[in-house]
Design a protein around this ligand. Structure first.
Ligand code: SAJ
Length: 397
């Protein structure tokens, strides 16, 4: 099995730890990504993923067992972990289709393709048709001579290697043999596998993240209700969760990231007039971001602040990712409403050049090296990074 050539396509927060997980098991892994800078950084042993085990394993295996490349080669197994994109509220299939076209051209008999990208139900079948169209030679008696499956990722950013190797892994093959071949490969890094169909596996992924959107939407609404009715939402949640079958999540400032705000749209289908609960929770989460923005604006006006330092910009604590970040949305709302206010933002997890401030001239991103110049400013924490826990006299909102 170790002589099998495995290529991971898309070396982000899922693809890179997946590649390193195989390396830990003694496999030589090819990596491919369209981002040439990313390939260069990986070959220099550096990654944006802020997890020590990922950083250490990259340094250990780069050039020895892990070979990131900016060109795609033939392989026995292709594992596709490119991001799912959204145009408006629908899936942008282009990234997946372009990868499948490139893989299709290189495909050989008995090759295996495993897709992990979060997708609308039915996407794997569309990709199957695409492969069959460009490679009719890989069909015999209308049966595919290659294997194809959809296996959703369940990586919780910040703990990716452990989750890849331990979370139960759903395997959705287009047929029995695809399931068996995929199970052989996935079991190298995670033996906790469950077989089903590709469409069921696609649905499961969307259900998991949509359910999380629902849970967060409810507690965000509960936090607004509690405030209006002078109740302590943390006490309500703490005591409610003592019920053996209740597990309320934590209210926040809204929902960010590449998954939870986006995936529910892949389930909502206007024609089927379905999932009204999801539309409501998406609205509740967006409402919470506006609610928090209004509260902060009120405090700034009341205290007549001319300058303010915001702590945290990432979409959630202890990681550096700006995608759909509610903190960034709040910052822009405040900057727009109070153009004379001087706003400073400090988030050590986010690289300076990743913070695109565009027209917001009254926002300045602060580097760690000159943070001391802003220590006397009123401070407000938007993201609960652990490194902020010793900060004193923060503005409460
Ligand atoms: N949030 C809250 N309250 C909570 C939990 C989260 O306000 O109690 C907020 C966070 O601050 C963040 C947003 O929700 O802004 C999303 O955070 P998250 O931790 O729920 O989501 P992700 O995107 O980091 O990871 C999720 C995970 N899915 C589930 O937990 C069901 C992960 O397992 C998935 O692999 C990932 O989405 C994904 O890639 O789909």
């Amino acid at each position: 099995m170790k002589n099998k050539k495995i290529t991971i396509i898309g070396l982000g927060y899922v693809g890179l730890p997946t590649a390193l997980s195989f390396c830990k098991k003694g496999f030589k892994i090819n990596g491919y990504d369209i981002d040439k800078k990313l390939i260069e950084n990986l070959n220099n042993g550096s990654t944006k993923i802020n997890e020590n085990n990922v950083k250490n394993l990259l340094k250990k295996y780069i050039g020895k067992k892990f070979f990131p490349k900016s060109h795609l080669e033939t392989s026995d197994i292709f594992i596709i972990t490119v991001p799912s994109n959204k145009i408006g509220k629908k899936q942008d299939l282009k990234p997946l289709l372009s990868v499948i076209s490139r893989v299709g051209k290189l495909l050989k008999k008995n090759n295996l393709i495993i897709i992990e990208t979060t997708s609308e139900v039915g996407t794997t079948q569309k990709l199957r048709k695409k492969i069959n169209k460009i490679r009719p030679d890989l069909l015999s008696k209308k049966k595919e001579r290659y294997f194809l499956s959809y296996c959703p990722e369940r990586v919780f950013p910040g703990n990716s290697l452990f989750e890849i190797e331990n979370n139960p892994k759903i395997i959705g093959g287009i047929n029995y043999n695809s399931n068996i071949q995929t199970q052989k490969i996935i079991s190298i890094i995670n033996r906790n596998t469950y077989l089903t169909s590709d469409r069921t596996a696609e649905t499961i992924k969307l259900v998991e993240n949509s359910y999380r959107n629902l849970q967060i939407g409810f507690v965000n609404e509960l936090s607004i209700f509690s405030e209006i009715n002078n109740l302590n939402v943390d006490e309500i949640i703490r005591l409610s969760n003592m019920h053996p079958r209740i597990k309320l999540l934590k209210p926040g400032i809204g929902v960010g990231g590449h998954c939870i705000p986006i995936d529910p749209y892949f389930l909502i289908n206007k024609k089927q007039n379905n999932f009204k609960t999801l539309e409501a929770s998406i609205n509740s989460n967006n409402l919470k971001t506006l609610w928090v923005s209004k509260k902060i604006l009120k405090i700034i006006k009341k205290k007549r602040f001319k300058k303010i330092l915001f702590l945290g910009l990432s979409y959630k604590e202890n990681i550096g990712d700006l995608r759909e970040s509610p903190a960034f949305k709040i910052l822009k709302i405040i900057a727009k409403k109070m153009s004379s206010l001087k706003i400073y933002i400090y988030d050590p997890y986010i690289k300076q050049d990743d913070i695109k401030l565009g027209k917001f001239k009254n926002i300045t991103s602060v580097k760690k090296s000159n943070l001391k110049n802003y220590k006397d400013l009123p401070k407000l924490k938007l993201v609960n990074h652990k490194i902020f826990e010793d900060y004193q006299n923060l503005i409460k909102f």
